[in-house]
Each structure stands twice: as structure tokens, then as C-alpha cells.
Design a protein around this ligand. Sequence first.
Ligand SMILES: Nc1ncnc2c1ncn2[C@@H]1O[C@H](COP(=O)(O)OP(=O)(O)O)[C@@H](O)[C@H]1O
Ligand SMILES: [Mg+2]
Length: 249
Amino acid sequence: MAVLNATNLHKFYQLGEFQIKALNGVDFEVEAGAFVAIMGPSGSGKSTLLHLLGGLDVATDGDVMLTGQAFSELPDHQMTLTRRRNIGFVFQFFNLLPTLTAEENIQLPILIDGGKPEVFQSRVDQLIDLVGLNDRRDHKPDQLSGGEQQRVAIARALVTQPAILLADEPTGNLDTKTGKVIMSLLRRSCDELGQTIIVVTHDPRAAAYADRVVFLRDGKEQETLKFKELKDLSERIRKIMGIMEKMEI
Ligand SMILES: Nc1ncnc2c1ncn2[C@@H]1O[C@H](COP(=O)(O)OP(=O)(O)O)[C@@H](O)[C@H]1O
Ligand SMILES: [Mg+2]
């Protein structure tokens, strides 16, 4: 069954007399344990789509279903709980709390939800281990490199065992080598934890880690690449770049 199901998604912005069609009819389905990348030119609606899928913004038309629950039918407080418990977010600029240590940042979503850290500490430890930050757990964000901060952000996003992890340009602020580390980590979360993941990226080297790449243009799906049989990363990158060239991205 699909974990996430978006149908006929539209998002229009009214700027004075102009209407901007950021999303213009997107259907999108993600199966449990899948890893999907979204690509497209700047302004094609990638972030808008991710925000709608994460319930951070409301669609003009169409609906999103997460684990069988339609967002349009959730009252605001239920949507807040769904976002808190069922959706993990990773952003380009890490968004960690500067006064908290790495470990405290990772514990935060549990505390906000009224959970006891003692009860969840094994999960926190497992994730600190997964992201390889055992010797950095007491460091504050400004004592960590960009890549380490993003690893903390990934662990924080995973700590509630969300139905879906959404990442908007997670490697956008990192060098190529660190970007690879972050993408391999997301790949491992998918393979080892069965985590369902959607990543927005403009980088073909990052998108190659996904099982499927969806290309948007003008707020619509233009093309999809499926990598089921194709394991080789550089082959995948070549295919992605072929489509990017065709779409003039
Ligand atoms: N809050 C907003 N108000 C008005 N227009 C917006 C707003 N957010 C996004 N847009 C417009 O919607 C389109 C899609 O934006 P976005 O989803 O951010 O694209 P992408 O992430 O692919 O670069 C762009 O034309 C952008 O200018
Ligand atoms: Mg964007």
C-alpha cells in the first residue's frame, strides 16, 4: 500500500492581479520503504510540492493522504500532531537549536511530544550510532561541521519513526564529498530502517541515490526515471543528466 498519496495537487499564489501556478495538477504516490527524488528547474514547484506533502502548507485544490489519513479532513491540531509524529523534515540549512547539544537536538521532537527521553534513549542511541556521531553527542551546533550538523538533523528527523522523511536540498549547502556522505546516510536509513524518503534536489549526484526520480516542470510532472534494475551510481547519474539536458535544466 502507498504510505503517501497526493492527488490532483494545485497550489496557486495570488500576487496582485497575477496568479502564480506553483503546482498545476500533480499526482504522486509513494510506497512504503521507497526513496524518491524530485528534480526540476528552479521555480518548477519542488519546494511547494514538498511543503504540501509535509502539511506545512495547504493545497489550493487536491489532497494529500498520509497512511490513509486525508490532510483536508484533519483539524489544525490533528495536523500539528501528524506533522510532529508522522513526518520528519530535513532542510538545506540544518535548522538545529544552537543552545542544545547534538544529542539534545535529537531528543527534542520526543520532548516536545511529551515523551520521556529515558524511554526513548535506545532509539536516540541507535540513531546517533547510525549517523556516526558518538563522539560528538555533547557538541553544540557551532562546534560541528556542516556535514555533522546535517547528520544531527537527519537523526532528529528520524527519532519519532515518522511514516515519511522529507528533505529539501539536504546537500545544497555542503561540498560534494560531504553531500555523498549525507545521501549514503539517507540511503542506509531507507535500506536498514525501511524509512520512506522524499528528497528534493537539483544535484544529479544526489538524486542518483533514490529508487525513482520525478521531474517537475511548470508545476507538473514531466517525466519519471525508475532505477530498480540499475544499481550503478554513475550510470544513474548519466541517465538523470540526459533528462536534465533534454529539459534544459
Ligand atoms: N509564497 C509564495 N508567494 C508567491 N509565489 C510563490 C510563493 N512560493 C513560491 N512561489 C512561486 O511558485 C513557484 C514555485 O516555487 P518553488 O516551489 O519554490 O520552486 P522550486 O522549489 O522548484 O524552485 C515559483 O514561481 C515561485 O516564485
Ligand atoms: Mg526550492
